[in-house]
Design a protein around this ligand. Structure first.
Ligand code: NAD
Ligand code: TDX
Length: 335
């Protein structure tokens, strides 16, 4: 099988490339990534010379470049490439529409032109909007995105659906909850808080810290996508989640306790505009129809993850470059 992974130099994409090379050593994997601030080839260093792995630097919006890639005879596309950070989408929404909507459309068009056996769109539970204290997102929950990020992901999803309905393209859409694990860019809650706590810097918790996210270890997300590639019924949406709901404050306190740092580092800051209160996934369709089960338990997964960041300080210190510092100043002021 020839597998085109887009955005494979980012957090989940790079974990997925590692996972697939391990699980399916006979597959040929092509990783196409524009190497934005979030793309990092260091994540793939250990496999860069594998004979069945190739990296191509290109933007998914670039029709000519996508055409050349698909001429190689792609069987399956897994589209991770995206602008992925909600706070950045509030500062500058345009790039989110370009990559997440137009980029997806270019990929779909090229896949349609050359023919493929499956196009998997890696999406997010955020397209469903927010929950109150009860209930869960199912595949039937209406789309109600609240941030420019989630609106752009919903736009991409709707195009994927339309290419299936109109042109018969074999597609699946997966909607996963918050991932954690190695190689996550340190702008996201867990790696940001670990890196700041290690350096005894204040930890910026938005609003009252009681917003809830449903956490899934990244490798369990990868195993779910692997199943969907092989067993997902064409045109279907699958929600992915490990039923691990935690408030942000619980997460931050767990990190501080694990690192032996004081809770006085917690600093409540102005809330994120349009901040979704709670995400909670009902993964029944995936577990009952495709037999997926997550392997990692949250308590051990978060400890392993903290240990990984402690052992890879060079990895995250290097990325916290000049450009990152500029973003951080815009987002939080000079803290
Ligand atoms: P990330 O920001 O770490 O990685 C995104 C990757 O896409 C980067 O390598 C970047 O260089 C690349 N990219 C960006 N624009 C591109 C373009 N125009 N052309 C080619 N490559 C481009 O993101 P992530 O957290 O790994 O998320 C991957 C996917 O999973 C995204 O589609 C995201 O919406 C989805 N998702 C993420 C989570 C999560 O918790 N992180 C949860 C559910 C779904
Ligand atoms: O400094 C912070 N302080 C804080 O309180 C940051 C960065 C976040 N938060 C809060 C906001 C959220 O309630 O923590 C929670 C998690 O925030 P993020 O890590 O930014 O993730 P989230 O907004 O939930 O989105 C993530 O999960 C779904 C990914 O970034 C998306 O790509 C994915 O679709």
């Amino acid at each position: 099988m020839k597998l085109l992974v887009t955005g494979g130099a980012g957090f989940i994409g790079s974990n997925f490339v590692h996972y697939m090379l391990k699980e399916h050593p006979e597959y040929e994997i092509i990783n196409v990534d524009a190497l934005t601030y979030a793309g990092n080839l260091e994540n793939l260093k250990s496999i860069e010379s594998s004979p069945n792995y190739t990296f191509v630097k290109a933007d998914i919006q670039d029709k000519a470049a996508m055409d050349v890639l698909f001429q190689q005879g792609i069987d399956v596309v897994v589209n991770f490439a995206a602008e992925s950070h909600v706070d950045r989408s509030i500062l500058d929404p345009a790039i989110f529409v370009k990559t997440n909507v137009l980029g997806t459309q270019v990929l779909l068009d090229t896949a349609k032109k050359y023919g493929i056996t499956k196009f998997v769109q890696v999406s997010t539970d955020e397209v469903y909007g927010t929950l109150g204290l009860t209930g869960f997102f199912t595949e039937e929950t209406p789309l109600a995105p609240n941030s420019p990020y989630s609106a752009s992901k919903a736009g991409g999803d709707l195009l994927v659906r339309a290419y299936h309905e109109t042109f018969g393209l074999p597609v699946n859409i997966t909607r996963c909850s918050n991932n954690y694990g190695p190689y996550q860019f340190p702008e996201k809650l867990i790696p940001l808080m670990i890196s700041r706590a290690v350096n005894d810097q204040p930890l910026p918790v938005y609003g009252d810290g009681l917003n809830i996210r449903d956490w899934l270890y990244v490798e369990d997300h990868c195993s779910a996508i692997d199943l969907v590639i092989h067993q997902g019924a064409s045109g279907e949406v699958y929600n992915i989640g490990g039923s691990n709901e935690r408030t942000n404050l619980q997460i931050v306190k767990t990190i501080l306790a694990e690192l032996g740092k004081p809770e006085s580092l917690i600093t409540f800051v102005q809330d994120r505009p349009g901040h979704d209160r709670r995400y909670g996934i009902d993964p029944t369709k995936l577990t009952s129809e495709l037999g997926w089960t997550p392997k990692h338990n949250f308590e051990s997964g978060i400890k392993e993850t903290i240990r990984w960041y402690l052992e890879h300080q060079e990895w995250w210190s290097r990325i916290q470059s000049g450009v990152y510092q500029e973003y951080y100043k815009k987002q939080y002021g000079a803290r």
